[in-house]
Write a protein that binds this ligand. Sequence first.
Ligand SMILES: [Zn+2]
Length: 213
Amino acid sequence: MNVIFIAPPAAGKGTQAEMLEKEYNMYHLSTGDLLREIASSKTELGKNVKELIDNGKLIDDELMLKLLKEKISSLKVNGIIFDGFPRTIHQAEMLDELLENMNQKIDSVIYLEVDKEVALKRATGRVTCSNCGSIYNIYFDNIKDNKCNNCGNELSKRMDDTEEKFNTRFDTYLNNTKPVIDYYQNNGLLNTVSSMGDKLEIFNNIKSIIEGK
Ligand SMILES: [Zn+2]
C-alpha cells in the first residue's frame, strides 16, 4: 500500500503522516529528510549530494530516482508515504515506472486541502512559553493578556513565518503542484481531504480512503 501526500504549507501533513505511519506500519519517505540523511553519510554519493544541497542546486530527477530506489529496496514495511515527491509530471511518471519494476504501485494520492486563511493563521499565530514549553495559537486558543494558561509566564512569538513570506510560499506551492494534482486526478487516484477539522477526524477520513482501496 503506497500513498502520496500532497499538502500545502501548514495543512498538517506532518501530523497525519506520522499517525498513518504508526497505524499501518508504513514508512514516511520525505525526500527532504532522505537527502539530508544521504548528505550526512561519509560516502562518495553523500559528498556529492551535500555539495549540491550546499550550493542550492536541485537534485536532478535521475539521481533522485536512484536514491529513492535504494531507499525503497531497503525498507521492510507495509507501504510508503511519499512526501515531497513527485513535484512534476515527469517525476510522477518516473515513480510509476520505478514502482512497476518493483511490482508495486501507488494506491492512493491524498491531497490535504486547506483554506489559505486558516493555514496563514496556523503558520503565523504560534506563540510559545519559554518557561514551561507550552505552545499556543493566538487565533485558535483562548489566551489572556499574552500570558501562558499553564504557568502565567509571558508568551513570545515565533518569528519564522511572516504573513508575506507565508503567502508567497503557499501560492508557489499550489502553482507548482497543480499539474501533479491534475495528473492523479486524471488517472483516478486523487482523493481530496479537508484538513479543516480536528486531527483525529481528518485521520479517520484518510483511513477510510486507504482502507477502501
Ligand atoms: Zn508556561
